[in-house]
Design a binder for this molecule. Structure first.
Ligand code: XMP
Length: 506
């Protein structure tokens, strides 16, 4: 197990992902709230930070229990922190040190740099520079502009690097992490999807024993994988509830419910479309829509859960990024849209929470799902927001608008599949705009709805770019939508990136 101390860098999660790619388990803790017991950790990594070590309010953690006691790798801010407080010197740099650089010098015979060649590209992102190394410091690598790009401390297993090994632009970054963790710290590489499944199933059995568990399935990857894991651990004591809020994709409720049953899950489908749509009637504000859907979902779910006797646990498909966000250095980041799963448990459902996936990243959840034999098509599904089509119908929601959007969405998504484009896109969907436009069909003037198509590439939904779908494809889909879906006479394609736009329109 590896400990990553977070100083608030935007790249901290990436460090964790790179470490996990080496089949090594790791956990992120905020620097100001580290684990009390360090005995299970075999190595520690210090992250970067937006702060300058010279600032009074910068993170100044006590490393006395770590340094010299455990193998330590300090990245960027971490490297500066070690220098600044141990006899070195950190000062503002004269030139901007952002982006690509190449290692012009590499000290020979260093296990940390084994397999890394001179000229290897590294990614810099800092405005201070280490002018003088700390006591015992030995330079391991330099770039043209940064002499102390990597160093170690003589007599300790302490390594420090100014660049970011965790970003893909640092070509040998992963190699350096591997050298540090595997060669130097000798951390075993035993964290695989199979070992995870074995461990978590045993853990769930021990924790839950003969209690009953209720879980809300959404059709998405996370809740499905969580359900299959629990099913493996406790079998018939897992009760799944799949709610149709009337805002799912066309035919999705029926087809996903069938799939769940085929997977041997004990699942009850609850069609509450009318209840949701009647509560949503007339609401135009996006956040009010979300809150209404959240409230009605809890009411429906609670009604169903109350019909089950002696349930002790509520299972959730929470994954690691949600967990990290809720304990991060800065606290939960400012809410741009209210969609955080953590802490969403209403008081009146007095159940204990079990979250089998709370230590996994999304790609790991998919790999665990594959190990469990879950259908590749289900695992590869695009993300779909909890409030469903409601936030893709701008303005108020009516059953007729839902119908139109479901039809449009189905043409678009099926088209992506048929043209082999579905897996090249991270997320796609259609948006129904609250305007009519004039058109002409045959000899008739029409005055009908406009729909926008959106397809983005992304890795985590935090940033995204629009996909350059082939013109031929867009032409075909546009034609098909206008010909097939009554009430639509115009199709546009969204060419905005996030930021400054967001993926959804509301
Ligand atoms: P945005 O629109 O914020 O979307 O760029 C980023 C990702 O989050 C999804 N999203 C939501 N998911 N409830 C959810 O469960 C929501 O209210 C919600 N709003 C956006 C969005 O589909 C994308 O994957």
């Amino acid at each position: 197990n590896v400990l990553i101390l977070d100083f608030g860098s935007q790249y901290t999660q990436l460090i964790a992902r790179r470490v996990r790619e080496l089949n090594i388990f790791c956990e992120i803790f905020p620097y100001n709230n580290p684990p009390v017991d360090l005995s299970s950790y075999k190595a520690v990594i210090l992250s970067g930070s937006p702060f300058s070590v010279r600032a009074d309010d910068a993170p100044h953690p006590d490393l006395s229990q770590i340094r010299g006691k455990l193998p330590l790798l300090a990245v960027c801010y971490g490297a500066q922190y070690l220098a600044h407080f141990s006899g070195g010197e950190v000062a503002p740099s004269n030139i901007r040190e952002y982006g690509r650089a190449n290692l012009s010098y590499i000290k020979e015979g260093e296990p940390f740099l084994e397999g890394v060649s001179v000229n290897s590209q590294v990614w810099m992102s800092h405005s201070d520079t280490i002018k003088k190394l700390p006591t015992g410091g030995v330079v391991l690598a330099s770039t043209k502009d940064v002499e102390n790009a990597a160093y170690k401390i003589e007599g300790e297993t302490t390594y420090a690097i100014q660049y970011h090994p965790e970003v893909y632009h640092s070509t040998d970054g992963k190699q350096m992490l591997e050298n540090f963790l595997v060669k130097i710290a000798e951390v075993p590489q035993t964290f695989t999807p199979n070992s995870f499944v074995e461990d978590i199933v045993a853990e769930l059995k021990a924790k839950i024993q003969d209690d009953k568990v209720v879980l809300g399935l959404s059709g998405g990857v996370d809740s499905t994988v969580a359900a299959v894991l629990l099913n493996k651990a406790i079998g018939k004591n897992l009760y799944c509830i799949f709610v149709n809020n009337g805002l799912l994709r066309k035919n999705e409720f029926e087809s996903v419910l069938d799939q769940y049953k085929d997977m041997g899950l004990n699942v009850k489908g609850v069609d509450a479309s009318d209840r949701f749509l009647s509560q949503l009637a007339g609401i135009e504000d996006p956040e009010t829509k979300r809150k209404t859907i959240g409230r009605v979902f809890i009411e429906v779910f609670d009604d169903e859960a109350n019909q089950l006797e002696d349930v002790k646990w509520l299972a959730q498909g929470t994954i690691y990024p949600d967990v990290i966000e809720s304990v991060s250095v800065k606290g939960p980041s400012a809410t741009i849209k209210s969609h955080h799963n953590v802490g969403g448990l209403p008081d009146f459902m007095k159940l204990q929470v079990v979250e089998p996936l709370r230590m996994l990243f999304k790609d790991e959840v998919r790999r665990v799902g594959a190990t469990l034999g879950i259908d590749a098509e289900l695992l590869g599904r695009h993300p779909f927001p909890g409030p469903g089509l409601s936030i893709r119908i701008l303005g108020d929601i009516t059953p007729e608008k839902v119908r139109i959007l479901q039809e449009v969405d189905a043409v678009f998504i099926n088209g992506l599949r048929e043209h082999g484009l579905y897996d090249k896109v991270w997320q796609a969907g259609a948006i129904l705009l609250p305007v009519n436009s004039v058109g002409v069909m045959g000899d008739e003037r029409t005055y009908e709805k406009v729909v926008a198509l959106r397809a983005v590439e992304s890795t985590d939904g935090m940033t995204a770019d629009w996909v350059h779908l082939p013109y031929e494809f867009l032409m075909k889909i546009s034609n098909e939508i206008i010909n097939k879906v009554k009430g639509v006479n115009r199709v546009v394609y969204d060419i905005s990136s996030k930021p400054p736009a967001t993926i959804e329109w509301e």
